[in-house]
Design a protein around this ligand. Structure first.
Ligand code: ATP
Ligand code: MG
Length: 314
């Protein structure tokens, strides 16, 4: 524990704001986005709130219906008077969602900004919830299901990484599902666009529990952290959780606190699957959960791993 206490103090440095975050921000009019509606500009008044579907960090996500077309969407609303950090996160999310165009990333249909400063992001509605809620309601996933999930998330990550976007918060609650069991990556609040080759990606953001060892404790893991491999660690942990039914680094039911997570992620054994799983699945998880980030496979490499390929030809 003494070691833990020492490290904890070493890590009490606040991350420097990113360069893009130091610029003054004014409520500038936003350029139009790819609105799905046939004619005229859609405003918030064209949408009717049906119900709250999620509460996030500083914002609320509603199921809304377009009054004229009756199509359902999700609307993430963040209030103008929210914490500056939350506001930065939503602006970052907007920046990424406006740019991304992949069937494996939740689609953004429009962004509204009121003079009051409230920001709303209109997204495709994922009607089956998240992988977290599916785990809670339907129970653990089979290997075949997980190969399908993994293939889709890897396609999303491969797309993002090839565009120099690191998600940094891959976890079951940020992977949305629709009725066709399509899985899409969502919640880009703490993501980062690597604008320059030498951009550092060490700031302390995202959900600690799914953080890779080199991100949780950069002092002990060198300065060669590239962030992309951190997303792969988080995916490995997510898949393991969906298979075993609880956060895999701790016994079922134990609430993670910072020190426990530090011990489990940085000093514990590499997390592994229980007995009885296929060799492909075990090896796939090992390729994601290498403690040494340089040994982890990339999203593109994992897409051709036998665990993914074998299932896609069945
Ligand atoms: P958190 O801080 O808890 O991660 P957040 O503010 O970053 O939350 P999101 O993760 O984007 O917000 O959304 C919160 C919840 O709202 C999700 O976990 C999900 O249940 C629901 N949700 C978000 N977007 C959609 C969508 N497009 N379709 C259906 N449900 C959604
Ligand atoms: Mg979220």
């Amino acid at each position: 524990m003494a070691v833990v206490r020492d490290r904890r103090q070493l890590n009490l440095r606040l991350p420097l704001p990113e360069i893009s975050e130091r610029r003054p921000r004014f409520p500038l009019p936003l350029p139009p986005t790819n609105l799905p509606f046939s004619s005229g500009a859609t405003t918030a008044a064209d949408l009717e709130k049906i119900e709250v579907i999620g509460h996030g960090n500083g914002g609320t996500v509603y199921k809304v219906q377009h009054k004229r077309t009756a199509a359902n969407y999700a609307l993430k609303v963040v209030h103008g008077d929210c914490d500056p950090t939350v506001r930065r996160q939503v602006l970052r999310e907007m920046e990424i969602l406006r740019f991304t165009d992949s069937p494996f990333v939740v689609q953004c249909h429009g962004i509204f900004q009121k003079p009051s400063g409230d920001i709303a992001i209109l997204m495709e509605y994922m009607d089956a919830g998240t992988l977290k809620t599916l785990l809670e309601t339907k129970g653990t996933f089979s290997e075949v299901d997980l190969a399908g999930v993994a293939g889709q998330v890897l396609n999303g990550l491969s797309y993002l990484h090839s565009h120099k976007i690191i998600h940094r918060d891959i976890k079951p609650a940020n992977l949305l599902v629709n009725g066709n069991m399509e899985v899409k990556i969502a919640d880009f609040g703490v993501s980062k666009i690597m604008r320059r080759m030498l951009d550092s990606c060490n700031s302390y953001v995202g959900t600690c529990a799914y953080m890779s060892p080199e991100r949780f404790d950069p002092d002990s893991h060198g300065s060669n952290y590239d962030g992309y491999s951190g997303d792969i660690w988080s995916l490995g942990l997510t898949l393991l959780e969906l298979y075993v039914g609880h956060f895999p680094l701790l016994p079922a039911g134990q609430k993670p606190d910072w020190a426990t997570l530090m011990c489990a992620i940085c000093f514990g054994e590499e997390p592994a699957l229980p007995e009885g799983v296929s060799e492909e699945f075990r090896n796939f998880i090992e390729c994601c959960l290498q403690k040494d980030s340089t040994k982890r496979w990339t999203a593109a490499q994992l897409l051709s791993h036998p665990f993914i390929c074998k299932q896609s030809v069945i």
